[in-house]
Design a protein around this ligand. Sequence first.
Ligand code: SF4
Ligand code: SF4
Length: 436
Amino acid sequence: MGHMTFRGGVFPHRRKRFTRDGELEEYLPKGDLVYPLLQHIGGMAVPVTEVGERVLEGQMIAKASGDISAPVHASVSGIVRAIEPRKTVSGKQIPCIVVENDGEYEQYPATEMKPWKEQEPGEKIRRIRDAGIVGMGGAGFPTHVKLSVRNPKKIRYVIVNGTECEPYMTSDYRRMVEEPEHLAEGLEIVLSLFERAVGIIALEDNKRDAVTALQLAVLHEPRIEVRVFETKYPQGSERMLIYSVTGKEIDSTQLPEEAGCIVLNVETVCAVRQAFLEGRPVTRRAITVTGKALKSPKNLLVRLGTSFAELPEAAGGFAREPKKFVCGGPMRGVALPDLDVPVIKTSAGLLCMSRDYLFKPTACIRCGACMEVCPIRLLPVRLAELAAADKEEEFRRLHGMECLGCGSCSYVCPARRALAPTIQGMRKKLLAQGKR
Ligand code: SF4
Ligand code: SF4
């Protein structure tokens, strides 16, 4: 197997053994389902249901509010109990639709449509929009917008990000091992929008079972190739992946299409298949529920809107007192103050840690390790100093806006300095002011 890669990066403990052999299990929610109207980048969805109405599984309950937006669908049948602000993974209160599950899982009729091979590109884009598909790897960018490029003929690669480089996370891996043909079918549908593109399913070389399963699944798909890369973090970062596949570098101001690429997550491509071949929108997703605090870590198929608070019990309960919860993996995940928040389209995992690593930073010893691992070749130590001193101009001059937020610099720092959060804090502040 050939290995291509980018410069820099780190090799954190993978910790995937907890769940890598655990088949995806369906989890049925116990409590109310809470659907934030903003589970994506763009405009907030607008409710099309009322308090007291009975809704069915797969029924649209909020419509997209504009071109860059996505609808929301009920994931169970039940009664709408409230439309009100609730706390979400980001910690913010966001308007949500609350549905009391009636336990019947009565399905809304599947969308009838022409076979996808007979559909025009515009029809396919509308179908992807109406199914509520967004980037389910964490970005949440509406997929119909991502696929609506100015010149589809310029797209040469549709890359499926199967690297899953975050430690602990294995839900993409299970999808690829258990449903490789679904991924191939979804990719074939996306490729039909880009006549000059090839499909690349990109994996790291620690996922040999998935590589074998996918190679078999694409045996008769001349436009799809399975490509294997070195197991290294952050291999799954969009810019690193584009570089590994094409040798082209893009900066933070450029779109992947400028390098002739579209990059999609495994879960997203499976959702595309489901929208066209089953006529069903996004109502569930695969999630890794893991960590040393749990008795029996698992990969679960969870209905959107399910409370995170239900998931530890589904994974056998706590083996020891949890000290920290993270939505996603340890490198780029979001720390949760508590679990009383709903699973949304971008929630890839729940990490229940038995220790909270609170390190006291010490003075920089000028070892240079942070610079060596930065995949963008930035000067993390200097950027963090500038961010701490609020020196905007110099921060931007030293390309601080290019930081991926991958956390590699913080990971290697022997002085335990919080480099990535400090740099990202400044970057987000400048972006909010419209500065780049
Ligand atoms: S400076 Fe940014 S891109 Fe570079 S290693 Fe740190 S977090 Fe990653
Ligand atoms: S890795 Fe830490 S100690 Fe080493 S130069 Fe960077 S900030 Fe300083």
